[in-house]
Write a protein that binds this ligand. Structure first.
Ligand code: MRU
Length: 363
């Protein structure tokens, strides 16, 4: 049975005499240093999201929700708290464009503020903090339910390939794609996870292997350009990745390179699954063509840390995400169950259903 006892928590709200605000594991420092970052200004939350100290679609949403409370703490008691909330939401929404969870969480904070008609500052702050906690706890519960909904897809004695990091670090806890693997592992299944290193920022090498190894899951790191060989050598029987935004037709944006992995899986007859909570769906978009794709700094590709690995000034194209078309996706594992085959009708029907019963309560 799954225990849902994964210990890694990448972000938490802290209230103490020394510091009140958002505390994050600084993911830019992993795996070499496990350091925590204290965000006591809305600007520090924005920069933590922008530079990927906190990253992964659900974690970005949770961080932004707490960022609104950080903004209220910063301005202090004021009858004009509503302006602070709206300004903070507008600002935090500019940090990264692709993960829809960011906008989903900020919309929830705005909607909560709109409900609080004539509230005092203290009452409004308390209600908004409760909403941020709810967003965090619901995310944790969705991740646990995703694990249970997808664990049967992990082959006993086989291999799973994943790309980027869709683990505990990318969410409130447990992750999405990795939650499926943790649940299978906790059930006693034996399998190996092949983690793509995930150029250019190495979320697979730095983060996925780090958290899988801590959980005792058999893990093998490969360069991105080795995925085809691993598939041809029949080392993997299934691919599971996360997503940053899924359009109504099932097209899914995820970390750059995911599309290539899905094409390779198709060529080798290997099923390719996406694992994502309902907060990652954007049913306002008809297809993946409408998903905004973040482009990041050229030096992420031109350099390795401080050291240049390409001629100074060489032109670079650095899209951080790509879109995998729905026809390459065997199924989408959600907290409400597995959507397969992937079609707009099946997506809408599954998302409209009541939550699947989850054995895990919120943290
Ligand atoms: O740029 P990142 O590291 O935020 O990209 C993260 C991903 O692409 C993840 O796969 C996705 O957000 C899903 S996280 C559960």
């Amino acid at each position: 049975m799954s225990t849902n006892a994964h210990p890694l928590r990448p972000l938490r709200w802290v209230t103490s005499s020394k510091f009140t605000g958002l505390e994050l594991i600084d993911q830019t420092q992993l795996p070499n240093d496990l350091t925590h970052l204290k965000c006591g200004t809305v600007d520090s939350v924005w920069h933590a999201i922008k530079r990927l100290s906190v990253r992964g679609a659900p974690a970005i949403g949770v961080a932004a929700a707490y960022g609104v409370i950080v903004a209220l703490n910063e301005t202090g008691a004021s009858s004009d708290w509503r302006t602070t909330v709206n300004k903070a939401c507008d600002y935090l929404a500019t940090s990264r464009p692709t993960a829809v969870n960011l906008f989903w969480a900020l919309d929830r904070m705005r909607a909560k503020a709109a409900e609080l008609d004539e509230s005092s500052f203290d009452a409004a702050r308390a209600a908004l903090l409760a909403e941020a906690h709810a967003i965090r706890n619901e995310d944790a519960a969705m991740c646990a339910a995703i694990g249970n909904a997808g664990k049967h897809l992990i082959p006993e004695g086989g291999g799973v390939l994943t790309h980027c990091n869709a683990g505990a670090l990318a969410t409130s806890e447990r992750g999405t794609a990795l939650s499926v693997m943790y649940a299978a592992h906790e059930d006693g299944k034996q399998f190996t996870v092949y983690a793509d290193e995930t150029r250019p920022l190495l979320q697979g090498a730095r983060l996925t292997t780090w958290e899988l190894m801590q959980a005792g899951v058999d893990t093998v790191l490969i360069c991105d350009n080795m995925a085809a060989v691993v598939m041809r050598e029949q080392k993997v029987q299934v691919v599971v990745t996360g997503a940053d935004r899924i359009a109504a037709n099932g097209d899914a944006a995820n970390k750059i390179g995911t599309y290539g992995v899905a094409l390779l899986a198709k060529a080798h007859g290997i099923p390719f699954y996406i694992a994502a909570p309902s907060s990652t769906f954007d049913l306002s978009l008809g297809s993946g063509d409408e998903i905004p794709i973040e482009e990041r700094e050229a030096d992420e590709i031109r350099a390795f840390g401080a050291r240049l690995t390409a001629p100074e000034g060489v032109r670079v194209y650095n899209p951080a995400f790509d879109v995998t078309p729905a026809e390459l996706i065997a199924g989408i594992i959600t907290e409400k169950g597995l959507i397969s085959p992937v079609s707009e009708a099946n997506i809408r029907e599954t998302l409209a259903a009541a939550d699947a019963p989850s054995p895990a309560g919120p943290a």
